[in-house]
Design a protein around this ligand. Structure first.
Ligand code: SAM
Length: 218
């Protein structure tokens, strides 16, 4: 691309600020408002209805209407997909996000959305399975195994935890064994698999279509 075009793009980006500037006029009353944001403006990646709200107030509001599905991802190596999975879980309003394995994960792809989400850590698959059973949640693995059923036609339970594996190994045998079912997303090209973040977006949206839009799978 010619240099002057790059310059133009950068110039436009500088002038395209997200959000709103400082609050104008009399300050609003209510516990949800964040005084610093009101004074300095709110440039966060949040819906307009949450402009100038404190993070705690936004989380409390989300908590009143979270969906019944949870998501979990195995984290035995450093998987770059986790941040994106968390961001998508926030967008589709998962009840909680569960990290199985290592506690540390790369937050970059989450774009701060993890702060609006309840993220719970389980050091082992055994801990995770015990927790899920205690909550009465169906464990649904998402991966391509010889015994996988099709996500497209499977009756997803309302109260469930959708579990995703890692780039490379995929879902662990322990999660495979604990799952009520493992579901695969039908593919049509030459690649063996899609990445975990894409798979997570598709699977969460399947739950949304079934339980928010009440679309039947068969
Ligand atoms: C890159 S895949 C792992 C490799 C995969 N187990 C294989 O056999 O090639 C990483 C994760 O993405 C998800 N995934 C990728 N493609 C999928 C598909 N077509 N159906 C279901 N899950 C998929 C699964 O959660 C999987 O554990």
């Amino acid at each position: 691309m010619p240099a002057h075009h790059q310059g133009d793009g950068a110039h436009q980006e500088l002038h395209h600020e997200v959000g709103v500037g400082p609050w104008e006029g009399e300050l609003p009353e209510g516990e949800q408002w964040d005084l610093e944001l009101l004074a300095e403006g709110d440039r966060r990646n949040v819906l307009d209805q949450y402009r100038y709200w404190s993070m705690d107030a936004i989380v409390a509001d989300l908590d009143t209407r979270r969906h019944d599905f949870h998501i979990a991802i195995e984290n035995w190596q450093h998987d770059m997909n986790i941040g994106t999975v968390v961001r998508t879980a926030n967008a589709f309003l998962a009840k909680e996000v569960h990290i199985i394995g290592r506690r540390r994960w790369n937050r970059r792809g989450a774009m701060v959305t993890d702060r609006y989400q309840h993220v719970r850590h389980h050091p082992t698959v055994e801990d995770f399975v015990q927790w899920a059973h205690g909550e009465g949640l169906a464990i649904i693995g998402i991966d391509i195994f010889p015994d996988s059923e099709k996500l497209e036609t499977y009756e997803l339970p309302k109260n469930c935890v959708l579990v995703f594996g890692q780039e490379g190994p995929g879902l662990s045998p322990e999660v495979h064994d604990a799952a009520q079912a493992v579901l695969s997303i039908e593919q049509f090209g030459s690649t063996r698999s899609i990445n975990a973040a894409s798979a997570a977006g598709i699977a969460m949206h399947a739950w949304i279509r079934r339980h928010v839009f009440e679309q039947n799978v068969s």
